[in-house]
Design a protein around this ligand. Structure first.
Ligand SMILES: Nc1nc2c(ncn2[C@@H]2O[C@H](COP(=O)(O)OP(=O)(O)OP(=O)(O)O)[C@@H](O)[C@H]2O)c(=O)[nH]1
Ligand SMILES: [Mg+2]
Length: 460
């Protein structure tokens, strides 16, 4: 359904009016201002030529134009420039203009009438009178008439009103635009669906500095953030590790502030081993330990780290999902990922999701990765994954890993650093919470001590 006229719709109307470039300023909208003739006249009278546009649920868009200024007490008036039109019929672009018949009344204005094309006794299009309330279906069941006299004053080429407005006047919107003899401004660039600074060398430099500045809180004996990557087979976990490693030397300086834990991809046929995952989360698995279904860690293995400290634990878990296939993920795979989510939630570990391969997702991002936040396809996928995994949208991070590129690419690096920054924020929050908890429990222990001292002296 079309609810907002596009630039090409305005071009079409402009060419029908036929007197050069035009600007269309919205004066009145029933969804915004209420379907009330007193408001209509207050907003639309004495504004020069106007375009009235009606929209219905079927996706039809139609209305009328008059070159005269509306005046509530003016009654019937002739206007040879007036016309009725159709832009869309049931969602299809079907531009048609129906000019006023020479010498016939083009419009009629009265205080109790909304936009009316024709005369007060023979109205081709009478939109509404008085007040119309919005119905529970969200439509406005207009109390006008566009059937009885349809084609009386306008040359409607013999079509029935049904071919004009689907045979009813229940509309989702009615707008009136002032039409001015001014060339329209070139439309602004599309708005990004996620706000970032402008991609470029400056942004890359700022991001590197910012990411370098995110460090584990002091006093916890945690030298770096531990980030676990989880996800289906071949989703791009190792590629992301390589990408971050390629950024590491110049991004993080000598003190590397994050360690990524790459894991073996989850296969459809795998049975879920939450115990092994739990060992990793709790820091019992030694660094560089290669886990596989045939090589599982057990509590009594020599390598098992019994005394795991906060610095050995995972501080944020990241699901890595292949953007090309995540939309068709099987129920069983989703269930596995949700089981991990459940475990992580119970442990209070923050989570994010990377969507990889966005370069293959749509032409816009394939052409240039800096278009990622302008691409509707990437946006839809990000929102879809947020719903699937029940994660907030700002934790779903689109990336493109290096695949066969030989040279470093500024935009790929920016996207990766945006993702790393967000992940580090989550990990930092988690560690801050841990620090609070630690100091609270130390405080409690001390006050417990003090309390027992007092009690001791009491008893004494
Ligand atoms: N075009 C493109 N290809 C990618 C991207 N990320 C990964 N790939 C390719 O996808 C394939 C799998 O990537 P890996 O990084 O090995 O995936 P993985 O998740 O580590 O796989 P497993 O460890 O087997 O689970 C490789 O051929 C990568 O080159 C990406 O963002 N874009
Ligand atoms: Mg891998």
């Amino acid at each position: 359904m079309c609810t907002i006229l596009t630039e090409s719709d305005f071009d079409q109307v402009e060419s029908w009016i036929g007197t050069g470039p035009k600007t269309f300023n919205l004066l009145y909208s029933i969804t915004r201002d209420g379907c009330d003739t007193s408001v209509f006249h207050q907003k639309c009278d004495n504004q020069g030529p106007t375009l009235t546009v009606l929209y219905n649920k079927e996706g039809s868009v139609y209305g009328g134009y008059t070159g005269l200024s509306l005046e509530s007490g003016a009654g019937n008036r002739n206007d040879n420039s007036a016309f009725l039109y159709q832009l869309y019929y049931s969602g299809l672009n079907t531009p048609k203009k129906y000019s006023v018949k020479i010498g016939q009344a083009a419009i009629c204005s009265a205080p109790h009438l909304g936009p009316l094309f024709g005369s007060n006794t023979a109205y081709d299009v009478l939109t509404f009178h008085s007040i119309v309330q919005k119905s529970s279906s969200g439509e406005y069941n207009l109390n006008g008439d566009m059937q009885t006299y349809f084609g009386r004053n306008y040359d409607t080429a013999g079509i029935s009103s049904k071919e004009f407005n689907n045979g009813h006047i229940r509309v989702t919107e009615l707008e009136v635009y002032a039409v001015k003899d001014v060339k329209r401004k070139t439309p602004a660039l599309p708005t990004p669906w996620r706000k970032t600074a402008e991609f470029g060398t400056k942004m890359l430099g700022c991001l590197k500095e910012e990411v370098k500045g995110i460090q584990p809180p002091e006093g916890l004996d945690v030298p770096h953030f531990n980030i676990l990557l989880l996800g289906p087979l071949g989703s791009g976990k190792s590629s992301f590790c390589n990408l971050v490693a390629s950024l590491t030397p110049y991004t993080f300086g000598d003190t590397v502030s994050l360690q990524l834990y790459d894991t073996r991809g989850v296969a459809e046929t795998d049975t879920l081993d939450l115990l092994q995952c739990n060992f990793i989360l709790d820091g019992h698995v030694p660094d560089f330990y290669e886990m596989s279904p045939t090589h599982l860690l057990k509590c009594d293995d020599a390598e098992f780290r019994h005394q795991a400290a906060l610095k050995n634990k995972i501080h944020c878990a990241v699901f890595v999902l292949d953007g090309l296939i995540v939309g068709d993920m099987s129920k069983s795979m989703l269930q596995k990922l949700l089981s991990y989510r459940d475990l992580l939630n119970r442990k209070g570990i923050p989570q994010a999701a990377l969507i990889t391969k966005i370069d293959k997702l749509c032409e816009q991002s394939a052409e240039n990765i800096s278009n990622t936040f302008l691409s509707p396809a990437v946006k839809d996928l990000v929102y879809n994954v947020a719903d699937l995994l029940n994660l907030p949208r700002n934790s779903i991070l689109p990336v493109k890993n290096y695949e066969e590129e030989m040279e470093s690419d500024e935009n790929i690096n920016i996207l990766a650093l945006l993702a790393v920054r967000q992940i580090l924020f989550f990990a930092e929050d988690y560690l801050e919470n841990m620090k609070d908890k630690q100091s609270r429990s130390r405080g409690n222990a001390n006050s417990g001590q003090a309390h027992s001292d007092v009690r001791g002296s009491d008893t004494a």
